[in-house]
Write a new protein. Sequence first.
Length: 169
Amino acid sequence: MKPGLGTLAPMTETPNPRLSPNFDLARLTASDTAREQGIPNQPGPEHLAHLRRLALALEEVQALLGAPLIITSAYRSPQLNAAVGGVPTSRHALGLAADLVCGVYGPPLTVARAIAGSAIAYDQVIHEYGRWVHLGLAPNGETPRRQLLTICSQAAGYLDGLHPCVMGS
């Protein structure tokens, strides 16, 4: 554990366990789609372990940016992932990815570039549609690829690197 992160409560002590100093389970499983469609979005034990790693990575991002993060999506159950159009291999479904913004720091491209230039052990940083940043972690035992991608439209698909999204692209 990194210095200053404190001790974390065991997962069974509370219905909404704290995964790190600033991120709890509710924050990383919240979903309007799940709530509106009655889709369960509770992670299993393996996913909880991944969510702890993800929460610690998000702590690093928040410290890097010096401002609070807004998490727009993190863990997705397989049913929720399908409902939102996620690919079956999505790291969200493993508890190893989060979509985030940090408007206090800057627009998503600026946030993505800051993460990309850091020592944070990310697997993927994706600048998505000019609206958010996808942060993905490598599964346990795998070396992070440090892959940088941009998607501005479904038609154009993914581009290598971090680029601005221009309206209409």
